[in-house]
Design a protein around this ligand. Structure first.
Ligand code: NAD
Length: 449
C-alpha cells in the first residue's frame, strides 16, 4: 500500500485516483476548486463517467479515497504524487504548462519526504525538466534538501470508457531517468498489467512526445477520412463502403476512420496544435498536422452550410439538435462541434430544441441565456414540431429512435446526420430527406444512369 496524491481532480485525476484506491492504496485527490472538492466529499461527481460513481463511493467509504483543497493536507507523507492538471492551448497554440509549474511549486512547499513526481498531463518535451527545476527551486527557498524523482506517465484513457481504460490499459507508458522512479512505478502498475504486459519503459522526452504523436495520428486519420468524404460526395462513392474496405486491411485497421462533423473534446484539438508549436520552436514544420487542423475546422463549416443551403433562410425554422457532448458516453462539452453549430444556427435566426442524454446540465450553464434555445427531456420532445433533426453526437439510444413516430410529430421530415449513424435507404423509406457525411445527395459525375 502506498500513500498517493493526485494533484488535479478532473477527468484524469479522479479516475486515476479512484482506480489506484481500488487497488488498495491510500489516495488523496487534491484540487484548488473548493466547490468540486466539497461536492466530491458529499459523494457527488463533477462529471459523468460510466462506472466512476460506484468506484468513488466504495473507496471513499472504505477510507482509501480522500478529497482536499489543501496542499498541506495532501502532500506531507505522500510517496507518489501525480500531476493531472490542465494543459490548455496558449494564444499561439502552444501548450500552456503554467498550471503544472504552479502545482510543482506548491508541492515543493509542503514536501517532507522522498517522493516520486509523476506527470500524467499531456505536456511538451522538456516539461519534466521544468518541473524538476521548479521543485528544486521551491526546496532551495525553504532551505531543505529532499530527494525526489521525475517520471512521465502520459494518460491514454478515453472519456466514456475511462474506468475500464484505467483498470485494463492497453499500454502504460513510463518515461524514467532513474532506477528508483522505474521500480516504484512498475510496482504501482503491476496489478493493472496482469492480463498482458502493457508497461512500456523509455526516456522522459520520448514518453512526453509519444502522447502527442498518438493524438496527432488519431486526429490525422479523422481529417483524412473527412476529406475523403468530401470527395465521395462529389464523385458518387459511399464513404461507409470506402471505410469498410480500408479498415479490413490489418495494416490500417478500422479505428478512427469514421467521418463526421469534426473532432472535438479537450484533447485532440489542443494536442495537435501543441505538437505543431513544439516543431515550430525548433524551426520545423509539420504540414500534415496543419492540414489536419484546417480540415477539421472546415468540416464543421461545411456541415453548417449543408443545413443553410437546404433551407436558404433559417429564421422561423425550428431545429432539433440530438447530442451535445463531443462524443457519446460523456457530458464533456469542451470543443464540442455541437457548440459551433449552435452558435452559427442561432446567428442565422433558428430556434433550437436541444437534447443530450447526459450533458443537459452542462449545456444549460453554457446556453441558458439564449431565448431561442429550448432544453428538452428526450429526443422525441426535441424533434416534435421541428423542421429538421441535426444529429451531432452518435449516442447509442439515437440508433433505436422510432423515426416513424418521430416523423409524424415533425413539421418537415429531415435528418442531418453529422455522424452517419443512420442508413440513407432506411430513412428515405420512412419519408425523410436524409443528409449525412460522404454519401452523395446529388447527381454525381460517375453515377450510373
Ligand atoms: P480537467 O480540467 O478535467 O481537470 C484538471 C483539474 O485540475 C481541475 O479540476 C482544476 O481545478 C485542477 N487544478 C488546476 N490547477 C490546480 C492546482 N494548482 N492545484 C490543484 N488542482 C488544480 O482536466 P483533465 O481532462 O483531467 O486533463 C488533465 C490532463 O490530462 C491534461 O493535460 C489533458 O490533456 C490530459 N488528458 C486528458 C484526457 C481526457 O480524456 N480528459 C485524456 C488523456 C490525457
Amino acid at each position: 500500500m502506498k500513500k498517493i496524491t493526485l494533484i488535479g481532480t478532473g477527468y484524469v485525476g479522479l479516475v486515476t485516483g479512484a482506480c489506484l484506491a481500488e487497488m488498495g492504496h491510500r489516495v488523496t485527490c487534491l484540487d484548488i476548486d473548493t466547490e468540486k472538492v466539497d461536492s466530491l466529499k458529499a459523494g457527488k461527481l463533477p462529471f459523468f463517467e460510466p462506472g466512476l460513481e460506484e468506484l468513488v463511493i466504495r473507496n471513499t467509504e472504505a477510507q482509501r479515497l480522500f478529497f482536499t483543497d489543501k496542499y498541506s493536507e495532501a502532500i506531507p507523507g505522500c510517496e507518489v504524487c501525480f500531476l493531472a492538471l490542465p494543459t490548455p492551448s496558449g494564444e499561439d497554440g502552444s501548450c500552456d504548462i503554467s498550471y503544472i509549474l504552479m502545482a510543482a511549486a506548491q508541492l515543493a512547499e509542503s514536501m517532507d519526504n522522498e517522493i516520486v513526481v509523476v506527470n500524467k498531463s499531456t505536456v511538451p518535451v522538456g516539461t519534466g525538466e521544468k518541473v524538476r527545476t521548479a521543485i528544486k527551486q521551491g526546496l532551495t527557498t525553504r532551505g531543505v534538501e529532499i530527494p525526489f524523482e521525475i517520471v512521465s506517465n502520459p494518460e491514454f484513457l478515453r472519456e466514456g470508457s475511462a474506468v475500464t481504460d484505467c483498470m485494463k490499459p492497453d499500454r502504460i507508458l513510463l518515461g524514467v531517468d532513474s532506477q528508483k522512479g522505474e521500480a516504484v512505478m512498475k510496482d504501482l502498475y503491476t496489478p493493472f498489467a496482469i492480463d498482458n504486459d502493457p508497461i512500456l519503459i523509455m526516456d522522459i522526452a520520448s514518453s512526453e512526445l509519444a502522447k502527442y504523436a498518438s493524438n496527432a495520428m488519431l486526429a490525422t486519420r479523422i481529417s483524412f477520412m473527412n476529406s475523403l468524404a468530401r470527395l465521395c460526395e462529389e464523385v458518387g462513392a459511399n464513404i461507409k463502403n470506402v471505410r469498410t474496405a480500408m479498415g479490413t486491411d490489418p495494416r490500417i485497421g478500422p479505428s478512427y476512420l469514421s467521418p463526421g462533423i469534426g473532432f472535438g473534446g479537450s484533447c485532440l484539438p489542443k494536442d495537435v496544435k501543441a505538437l505543431v508549436a513544439t516543431a515550430e520552436e525548433v524551426g520545423l514544420s509539420l504540414p500534415i498536422l496543419d492540414s489536419a487542423i484546417q480540415i477539421n475546422q472546415t468540416q464543421q463549416i461545411l456541415f453548417f452550410e449543408k443545413i443553410l443551403d437546404h433551407f436558404g433562410d433559417l429564421s422561423g425554422k425550428t431545429l432539433a439538435i440530438w447530442g451535445l457532448a463531443f462524443k457519446p458516453d460523456t457530458d464533456d462539452l469542451r470543443e464540442a462541434p455541437s457548440l459551433y453549430l449552435i452558435e452559427r444556427l442561432l446567428k442565422k435566426g433558428a430556434t433550437l430544441k436541444l437534447y443530450d442524454p447526459v450533458a443537459m446540465p452542462k449545456a444549460k450553464v453554457l446556453l441558458n441565456q439564449y431565448e431561442q434555445v429550448h432544453f428538452c427531456q428526450d429526443e422525441y420532445e426535441a424533434a416534435a414540431g421541428a423542421n429538421a433533426i441535426i444529429l451531432a453526437t452518435e449516442w447509442h439510444q439515437f440508433q433505436f429512435a422510432d423515426f416513424a413516430q418521430i416523423g409524424v410529430s415533425m413539421k418537415e421530415k429531415i435528418l442531418f446526420d453529422g455522424r452517419n449513424q443512420h442508413q440513407k435507404s432506411e430513412m428515405e423509406k420512412l419519408g425523410f430527406d436524409y443528409f449525412c457525411i460522404g454519401i452523395q445527395s446529388k447527381a454525381a459525375p460517375y453515377a450510373h444512369s
